[in-house]
Design a protein around this ligand. Structure first.
Ligand code: MN
Length: 222
């Protein structure tokens, strides 16, 4: 009996060790090994905890609308570790999104975060596309008070389809979710991806690729 208990306990200890054996998820795009650097963190180094103050965990002004006078008629006000240093290592980010009529947050994805969106005002048409091979398009029109989830890493968008302005708040499950805006990344990379690569990838004429590259290279939209 005692042997049996010891066996179960040792098995438990072994599986626990396995459960903690994996690497932590990165919270930045990459971390180039630098043997000369004294930095050894995934995120930002820590302030001496004795120096912590309320303002390290505080931000004001999220009641203010962002400027939607741009080609997309939308605005993102981020609340990340860059605005609130106390968010470092805590795995969460917030953003206020403002939309003029027909304002669009264009196709993008977050490599490190799932997003939970809550509509505070107006009506939003939202959608995301699942990964290969199905690429299922899942979409819905949301009203004030509605909540919608964009799973981590999937391409999504939001558009104001109401009469007036719209406002939403998004919570994202990383202190640094990352944003990859599809059009900017594909057609606006620096330096440009060769147009014959994109022409073949998208199965369209090079002149159309050149047109899109000229547009997105110059106009970085969000
Ligand atoms: Mn998003």
């Amino acid at each position: 009996m005692v042997n049996h208990i010891i066996f179960v306990l040792s098995l438990l200890a072994f599986t626990c060790a396995l459960a903690f054996a994996s690497d932590p998820s990165p919270v930045q795009d990459f971390c180039i090994a630098d043997p000369a650097s004294s930095g050894r963190v995934n995120g930002f180094a820590c302030l001496d905890p004795k120096l912590a103050q309320a303002d390290h965990f505080f931000l004001s002004g999220l009641d203010k609308a962002g400027n939607t006078s741009n080609p997309l008629s939308s605005s993102v006000t981020p609340v990340t570790v860059a605005q609130i240093p106390g968010l470092n290592i805590l795995g969460i980010t917030l953003a206020r999104l403002d939309y003029a009529p027909w304002g669009l947050i264009p196709l993008h994805f977050h490599p490190r975060a799932t997003e939970v969106l809550t509509v505070l005002e107006g009506s939003l048409y939202v959608g995301f596309v699942t990964s290969n091979p199905n690429n299922q398009f899942i979409s819905k029109v949301l009203q004030k008070g509605d909540v919608f989830v964009f799973p981590v890493g999937l391409i999504h968008f939001q558009q104001n389809v109401g009469q007036g302005k719209a406002i939403s708040i998004s919570a994202l499950s990383s202190q640094n979710p990352g944003i990859i805006t599809v059009a900017n990344a594909v057609f606006g990379s620096k330096p440009s991806i060769a147009d014959d690569i994109l022409s073949k990838a998208f199965q369209v004429d090079k002149s159309l690729i050149d047109y899109l590259q000229a547009k997105f290279y110059l106009i970085r939209i969000q």
